[in-house]
Design a protein around this ligand. Sequence first.
Ligand SMILES: [Fe+2]
Ligand SMILES: [Fe+2]
Length: 284
Amino acid sequence: MDRRIREIGRALDADQSTARRDVLRWRRLIANSNNLLRPPMTENLFTSQSTVGEIVAAHPLLARIFEGVGIDYCCGGKRSLAAACAARGLDATTLVLTLTAAAQLPRDAGAAVDPAKMSLTELADHIEATHHAYVKSELPALLEKAERVATKHGWRDARLPEVAATVGALHDEMFSHMMKEEQILFPMVREIERGAADASAHCGTIANPIRVMEAEHENAGGAIARLRELTDGFTPKPDDCNTHRALLAGLAQFEADLHLHVHKENNVLFPRALAREGQMAGAQ
Ligand SMILES: [Fe+2]
Ligand SMILES: [Fe+2]
């Protein structure tokens, strides 16, 4: 396991191509996942002769790696990895190692912690570093795919434009929501944990922003539930293209992350922050 991670690191260090920065992002992801529970890494799942299209068809979430390095996996899906890498000035061995490692990353990395054992500050930091970072990275890419699929295939499935519009609304709501948490609510939570007397001064009790955030969680939950309905449970049809498959797999992953994200806030962070604020008020 460690040997494979080191091999990936050496291969990436040797790669001086223009796409190196994007691949390095994946190396950090792989390195950061090293401490999480996961099955031992097996031999490479792919070879340089695997086609880009067959890789995404079997592992739709790997589409994000191809997007990151500028390889077209949809219309250009019949090309081998070797040919696609040559066209982009990338090292195919590096990409094979990266794809194999990414395919074996745990899908529930955010679940591998026990929020009940964290301090309020640790939990707010954890939510920002995992769930907020994930939404900021993945939701724009999902929106881009949803719009592309609606434009190309909307004529044969009238639900696809609504999928794109729903992802667009969810994108805007989530970015606004996370900004409020990061700039207003989470700083208040950290202040409350530090015992600062004026923690709630500018918003009254912390119950006020929490109420707003919980209402917004309801809206986001409704949007992802609607997306599940519109896509028959994120299930691809046999003739769906790879972009469409990557969209559906990405939405299913997004739904799982959103549920975990909201659980940590609604059921752990918020009640504990309210209780802490109540204790502080009682002590004054
Ligand atoms: Fe959040
Ligand atoms: Fe939230």
